[in-house]
Design a protein around this ligand. Structure first.
Ligand code: PXG
Length: 289
């Protein structure tokens, strides 16, 4: 595997960053996870835009411009001869001194292009089991949930909680007790022919896959909107599904031992999954000329 660090490619065993990197010391940095399908990168521009927006929000100057980042991303996939997989873009505050201040740091850009370990097929056919975590999403006053930062400890704790509860995913609430999202995925319910998802102000990441669902709902004539949701709204929904770059669109059939709808992936969820799959196979930025 060839990994990009600051303009050069390294074999995995030589792809190293400093122990003084503030990404390691403080989780100070931002990242993106991007998928590519059949030789095309899905929603590349949206991911790049979010990366630069996240960096701007934390006063991190990415040392390459967006065009160079796009070129380096595509080159990372080509260097590894991949047509289907996952790319992780990471920008850390870089090597500095011990101490929180980033003033002497030199930001580092890391690009890892890899094949992807997919969720088991039965998750898509039978639906996931979800459990509510006691770990809450941090308040937007602490750190905007729109920033995709390297600080994922909160999500990691929630993921462990979900696994300990025997669930594949964990539902995270915000400080007010409204639904925010899952540990690495956005959440949607369908009730009486309408789709709802929490607003970013409730602690949800502005997911790229989430935005695709808004487009697909419009295309299918399915009314969609943002709403503050409680666990009750999920327990009593007709359908439930999660979205994320890694998970794509995945149905969920249980939350906290309550069966959602009839306990099977719902008809609208299936249509959205099918259309999403078609989109991933028909659009995207070409990797190879
Ligand atoms: N919420 C959070 C907190 C995320 O990290 C999403 C929602 C979905 O957003 P996109 O843009 O991908 O539709 C994410 C992103 C993992 C993993 O291992 C998942 C993400 C990030 C890092 C790791 O499952 N998802």
């Amino acid at each position: 595997m060839k990994i990009y660090i600051n303009g050069a490619f390294f074999e995995e065993q030589d792809a190293k960053i400093s122990v003084f990197d503030h990404g390691l010391l403080y989780g100070d940095g931002v990242f993106e996870g991007i998928r590519f399908y059949s030789g095309r990168v899905f929603k590349l521009e949206e991911h790049l835009e979010r990366l630069y927006d996240s960096a701007k929000a934390i006063l991190l100057t990415i040392p390459v411009d967006l065009e160079q980042m796009r070129a380096a991303t595509l080159e990372s996939i080509r260097q590894n001869n991949l047509r289907d997989g996952y790319i992780r873009l990471v920008v850390t505050r870089g090597k500095g001194s011990l101490g929180l201040s980033p003033e002497n740091c030199a930001p580092a850009v890391i690009i890892i292009a890899d094949s992807i370990r997919l969720y088991p097929r039965e998750f898509y056919e039978q639906g996931l089991v979800v459990a509510t975590c006691s770990t809450r999403r941090p308040s937007p006053a602490a750190l905007s949930p729109a920033v995709k930062s390297l600080n994922y400890l909160n999500n990691v704790m929630a993921k462990i909680e979900a696994q300990n509860a025997g669930a594949a995913e964990g539902l995270m609430l915000n400080e007010q007790g409204f639904v925010a999202e899952c540990t690495g995925d956005n959440i949607f319910i369908i009730r009486k022919g309408k789709i709802f998802t929490p607003p970013v102000s409730a602690g949800a990441l502005k997911g790229i896959t989430r935005a695709v669902i808004f487009d697909l709902a419009a295309e299918l004539g399915l009314p969609i909107g943002e709403a503050d949701l409680t666990r009750y709204d999920i327990y009593t929904a007709d359908e439930l599904f999660l979205t994320g770059t890694a998970a794509e669109v995945v149905p969920a059939v249980k939350l906290d031992r309550r069966t959602i709808g009839d306990g099977k992936p719902g008809p609208w969820t299936r249509r959205l999954m099918d259309r999403f799959h078609e989109l991933t196979q028909s659009e995207g930025t070409p990797i190879y000329p």
